[in-house]
Design a protein around this ligand. Structure first.
Ligand code: FE2
Ligand code: FE2
Length: 434
C-alpha cells in the first residue's frame, strides 16, 4: 500500500472528517488577541455540555479560585482564553475518539496519551514556556494516527498491532505495510482539521531523534512532546523493556531542551496526581489508582527481571571484560528502576499518609472512638511501613557501585536493616510514635 491511498481513506472516513463547528469557532476567536471576551462566551454558550465543563473547571480546585464562578464570562476570566481553548479541544477530541470504531483498547490509549499530555505540560512549565496548554494539547493528540489507521484498515492494522504487542517496532511494521506511519497520518489528520501547525508538527516528529544546537521557537513544543513520549510509563505500542528505553535518545532530547536529570525528577513527582485529575475532569476511564499502581508494580517487577537477565548476560559474555563499565551500566540501570519505582510509590505513600492524617485528626477531635487503640496502632504500622518504603528507595538511590552488593536470586541482598532503623524521612507528616 502507498501513503497516498492511506491518506485518501482517512479523508473519506466520516467519523473523522470534521471537528465540531463550535470548536472551529472557538479556536479562531481564542487565537485572536483582539477579539472581545463576550464573543468567546457567546460561542461557548452554544454548546451546553462544553459550557458545563468550562464552568466546572473554573470552579475546580485544579484551576479555580476561592469564590464561586457562575457565568461563562467569569469562567473565561478565571481560566484565561488559552485554558478555555485547551479544554474545548480536549473535550472535543475525547468525543471524536469515543465515536471511532477501533479495536484498540481506549483505556490503554487514553492512559498513554493523557500521561504524555501531562508530562508535556509539566516539561513545558519547567522549560519556562508560556504556552504550556499547547504542549498539553499536542500531547493529547500525539498518537491519534494509530486510531485513524486502525479505524480505516481494521484487518491490516490488527496484524500490525499484534506484532507490535509482541515487541516488534510499531513504526517499522506500519511503514512496511502502509508505506507510512501513525506520526505522518496523525499529522495529516490535524492539518485536515485545520488545527494550528504546532500540533501537526508535534505529532509528525514525536518518535524522531534529532540533535539540535538550540531549538527554534517552532521546534520547542514538538521536542517537549517527543521527550514526554520517552518518559511516559504507560506504554501503548510496545511492551517496553530496558532495551527499548533508549537512554541515549532521551538524553539527546533533554539536551536539546537544556533540561537536567533534576528537572526530570521534579516533573516526575507531579505526574500521577495531575494525571488522575485530568482523567476525572475529561471523564476518561483510565482505571482506579489501585489498578494503576498494580500495573506499575508489575512493570517494575519486569524491569528487575530484565536487569538480572542483562547482568547475567554480561557476566557470561567472555568478550565483556570491562568490569568498570559493567558496574557503571548496572548502577545506571538500577537508578532508572528506582526512579520508576519511587515515582509510583511516593504517590501511594503520600496518599496513605494523607488518609492517616485525617484519621489522626478525627481521633484527636474525639470524632472516632478507639477504646482498644486499634486505630492508633494501625497508624503507627502505616507510618512505619511508609518509612520503610521511602527509606529503602532513598538507600537504593545511594548505591554507587555493585562491587559489594548482591542479588536476591542468589539469596544475597543489600542489607538495609541498620540504615532503616536510623532513617527518618524529611517530609513525614505524622510523627512516628515508636
Ligand atoms: Fe505515544
Ligand atoms: Fe507514537
Amino acid at each position: 500500500m502507498e501513503e497516498k491511498q492511506v491518506l485518501k481513506r482517512i479523508e473519506r472516513l466520516t467519523q473523522l472528517a470534521t471537528l465540531p463547528e463550535v470548536l472551529a469557532q472557538i479556536l479562531k476567536i481564542a487565537d485572536d488577541p483582539e477579539s472581545p471576551l463576550d464573543d468567546l462566551a457567546r460561542v461557548i454558550l452554544k454548546d451546553v455540555s462544553l459550557t458545563a465543563r468550562i464552568l466546572s473547571a473554573a470552579n475546580s480546585a485544579y484551576y479555580g479560585r476561592a469564590s464561586e464562578v457562575s457565568s461563562i464570562r467569569d469562567a473565561i476570566m478565571t481560566l484565561g482564553s488559552r485554558t478555555v481553548k485547551a479544554i474545548a479541544l480536549s473535550v472535543s477530541i475525547v468525543n471524536v475518539i469515543g465515536r471511532l470504531d477501533t479495536q484498540i483498547s481506549l483505556k490503554t490509549y487514553w492512559k498513554h496519551s493523557l500521561e504524555v499530555a501531562i508530562i508535556s505540560e509539566l516539561v513545558a512549565e519547567k522549560y519556562g514556556l508560556k504556552e504550556k496548554e499547547e504542549a498539553y494539547i499536542a500531547g493529547i493528540f500525539h498518537d491519534i494516527g494509530i486510531l485513524a489507521m486502525d479505524a480505516c484498515f481494521p484487518r491490516e492494522y490488527a496484524h500490525v498491532w499484534k506484532s507490535a504487542q509482541n515487541g516488534e517496532s510499531l513504526i517499522s511494521l506500519e511503514e512496511s505495510l502502509f508505506g507510512t506511519n501513525h506520526c505522518r497520518v496523525g499529522s495529516y489528520l490535524l492539518s485536515m482539521w485545520k488545527l494550528p501547525q504546532v500540533f501537526s508538527r508535534s505529532v509528525y516528529s514525536h518518535h524522531d531523534t534529532v540533535e539540535l544546537k538550540e531549538p527554534t521557537n517552532e521546534q520547542v513544543i514538538p521536542q517537549i512532546v517527543n521527550l514526554a513520549e520517552r518518559l511516559a510509563k504507560y506504554r501503548l505500542d510496545i511492551k517496553s523493556s530496558l532495551k527499548d528505553m533508549e537512554f541515549d535518545n532521551s538524553k539527546v532530547v533533554m539536551k536539546n531542551l537544556g533540561l537536567t536529570n533534576t528537572d526530570m525528577a521534579e516533573v516526575e513527582a507531579e505526574i500521577i496526581p495531575k494525571f488522575l485529575d485530568a482523567a476525572s475532569f475529561l471523564e476518561i476511564e483510565v482505571g482506579s489508582p489501585l489498578e494503576l499502581l498494580t500495573e506499575a508494580n508489575s512493570r517494575v517487577f519486569e524491569l528487575y527481571r530484565e536487569i538480572e537477565e542483562l547482568l547475567e548476560g554480561f557476566k557470561k559474555d567472555t568478550n565483556y571484560r570491562d568490569h568498570i563499565e559493567y558496574d557503571r551500566l548496572a548502577v545506571e540501570i538500577l537508578h532508572t528502576v528506582v526512579a520508576t519505582f519511587s515515582h509510583y510509590f511516593n504517590n501511594a505513600c503520600a496518599s496513605m499518609l494523607g488518609r492517616a492524617q485525617l484519621i489522626e485528626m478525627a481521633l484527636k477531635k474525639g470524632e472516632l472512638e478507639d477504646k482498644k487503640n486499634i486505630l492508633e496502632n494501625s497508624l503507627i504500622a502505616i507510618q512505619n511501613g511508609v518509612n520503610n518504603i521511602t527509606g529503602t528507595i532513598a538507600e537504593l538511590k545511594q548505591v554507587k557501585s555493585f562491587k559489594t552488593t548482591l542479588y536476591h536470586d542468589k539469596t544475597l541482598i543489600i542489607d538495609l536493616e541498620d540504615s532503616l532503623k536510623k532513617y527518618k524521612p524529611k517530609n513525614a507528616k505524622i510523627k512516628a510514635r515508636i
